[in-house]
Write a protein that binds this ligand. Structure first.
Ligand code: GUN
Ligand code: ZN
Length: 429
């Protein structure tokens, strides 16, 4: 088995930083080294302390190496929907997104786009993703197969949707149950893959289909569940109209047993206090999608309020409502969304969030999200001087926090020097 010693400046978080002075929340090593073997991190520390006789050496100095970014919500079949001009969510879905997703009935397109999609993720430093496939089982098959080939950690699921969409994009309660069940049997727990039971949202599922999702969820407690919740006002009104017995939008999912610790709920913008407490009781995970929320004009995610209720929030790109694959750009827009609400996203917390924090939201913090020995060797190498504008800003940097904030506010894929998935470099040299 090849052993590789990677030299760089190293940064890894142990817990969420509480204040800008909370330097105990992370380890930063100026002259660091990582020993990687068999896709795992074997050792991490100062370069002089790591014994690595016979190891291949890769030297990324002076760049900064940290755990790979984790994207907790995006859509595989929306790669070519980004930047579609629409008034708001429901128009955007009907006019661009649903027509595009019908194309994923073609397994050849799915196979081609699966490779392109995973390339885009790693180009941008993302090493783990939780993605919606299309309604077609073959789209989930293609994405799983491609991720497996690359030994990449990926969670996905075929979307369940049986109404309020073009016929070509509708399954049935029974077929969605059968297809999801077969995909779980084929892929869940295979290598680094996991299945997410994926009812798209209440508008596109009949009560009978949410019952099917409920059965799947009960039969597979270790599968994630992903759906959308409380993204915009028209969506909320229609959802409540379609489920008149439910107390509110959140209660629709609660009634069908879809709220639990491994439930990922995209958006969660306009929740009432009752809904926030219901999510907190269930331990479900809201997911903040800032570029999407700004692009579609959906609203401002209230991170502090949800956290005060004890919720653990994920952060994600939501491609293709989102406008960038970059979790750096996502942090930049997240910073602005919070700033508008008098909340501040310090770079220590920001970089913890897209690494260890998102891993914790997924229940995977023992495997990904840090540089801890014994975890999977997924990481990203960053250059805060990647552009002239960034280099000029960096000439005034006073330390690590300034470097991270430059990456957070000005960074994109140009700042990603290299991405490692299970110890293997993903970007062409
Ligand atoms: N709600 C239901 N489907 C979608 C989707 O594809 N994108 C977004 N942003 N919201 C949704
Ligand atoms: Zn989404």
């Amino acid at each position: 088995m090849t052993r590789t010693l990677i030299r760089a400046r190293l940064l890894t978080f142990h817990r969420e930083p509480q204040t800008p002075d909370d330097t105990g929340a992370f380890t930063y090593i100026e002259d660091g080294a990582l020993l990687v073997e068999g896709g795992m991190i074997r050792a991490m520390g100062g370069a002089s302390t790591i014994k690595a006789e016979g190891a291949q050496i890769i030297d990324h100095r002076p760049h900064l190496l940290m755990p790979g970014f984790i994207d907790t919500h995006l859509h595989f079949p929306q790669t070519q929907v980004i930047a579609s001009w629409a008034a708001e969510l429901l128009d955007w879905l009907n006019d661009y997104t649903f027509p595009e997703e019908t194309r994923y009935a073609d397994p050849a397109l799915c196979a081609t786009m699966a490779g392109a999609f995973l390339d885009r993720l790693t180009d941008h430093g993302t090493t783990t993703a939780v993605a919606y496939a299309s309604v077609h089982a073959s789209s989930a098959d293609a994405l799983f197969a491609e991720a497996h080939k690359r030994n990449m950690r990926l969670i996905t699921g075929k979307v369940m949707m049986d109404r309020n969409a073009p016929d070509a994009l509708c399954d049935t309660p029974q077929s969605s149950y059968d297809d999801s069940k077969a995909l779980i049997a084929r892929w869940h727990g295979v290598g680094r893959l996991g299945y997410a039971i994926t009812p798209r949202f209440a508008i596109t599922s009949t009560p009978a289909q949410l019952e099917a999702a409920q059965s799947l969820a009960a039969e597979h407690p270790d599968c994630h569940i992903q759906t959308h919740l409380s993204e915009n006002h028209a969506e909320i009104a229609l959802s409540c109209q379609l489920y008149p017995d439910a107390t509110d939008y959140t209660d629709i999912y609660a009634r069908y047993g879809l709220l639990r610790e491994n439930s990922l709920l995209g958006h969660c913008i306009h929740l009432s206090d009752r809904e926030i407490w219901a999510l907190a009781d269930a331990g479900a995970k809201p997911v903040f999608c800032p570029t999407s929320n700004l692009f579609l004009g959906s609203g401002l995610f209230n991170d502090a309020k949800l956290r005060a209720a004890g919720l653990t929030n994920g952060i994600a790109t939501d491609i293709g409502g989102g406008t960038s694959y970059s979790l750096l750009t996502t942090l930049a827009e997240g910073y602005k969304v919070l700033q508008l609400q008098g909340q501040r996203l310090h770079p220590y917390r920001a970089f913890d969030w897209i690494t260890r924090g998102n891993a914790e939201a997924l229940g995977l913090a023992d495997r990904i999200g840090t540089l801890d020995p014994g975890t999977e060797a997924d990481f990203v190498v960053l250059d805060a001087r990647a552009t002239q504008a960034m280099a000029q800003r960096m000439d005034r940097a006073r330390g690590l926090a300034d470097e991270l904030f430059t990456l957070q506010v000005m960074g994109c894929d140009r700042a990603v020097v290299q991405t490692y998935v299970a110890g293997q470099q993903q970007k062409p040299l």
